[in-house]
Design a protein around this ligand. Structure first.
Ligand code: ZN
Length: 138
């Protein structure tokens, strides 16, 4: 899928209120965007480090994907997101090479990006996301 760079690292946290000041202090940069993604049942907070971002994820629902992740594994790195030219094409390519997908077609994620996830069972245990800025299918 030839990613251009790591777009962001997703980190599951119990509380944005507690973790945002920690990351602001650690990274020496302010959180520049907080956004709730209703269908993923998370609130996200973003920090920029060069071309790459840190995405903190706080669950808004214990039964949501981040709620379950924290319940099972605690806080920590949740996924790695690769920037690609077209997320839908990258998903199709991954599928054609035999990988299992969570999303067959890209959908809207945080920051208006087109995003999709590969299933960690076919990626050596790492939840991988692809994301692109351009509209899929155009
Ligand atoms: Zn992400």
């Amino acid at each position: 899928m030839k990613p251009t760079h790591i777009e962001h690292l997703g980190i599951a946290v119990k509380s944005l209120d507690e973790s945002i000041p920690f990351y602001e202090n650690l990274l020496g940069t302010k959180c520049y965007n907080i956004e709730e993604i209703i269908d993923q049942r998370v609130k996200t907070a973003f920090f920029r480090i060069g071309e790459t971002k840190i995405e903190l994820l706080e669950s808004t629902d214990a039964e949501g994907p981040i709620g379950k992740f924290i319940e099972k594994r605690g806080e920590g790195i949740h996924h790695i997101a690769f920037a690609v030219d077209n997320a839908t094409d990258a998903l199709a390519l991954a599928k054609a090479s035999g990988l299992s997908l969570i999303d067959n077609v890209a959908r809207k994620g945080a920051e208006g990006m087109n995003i999709g996830f590969l299933h960690p069972k076919s990626t050596h245990g790492v939840l991988m996301e692809v994301c692109s800025k351009q509209e899929s299918g155009t």
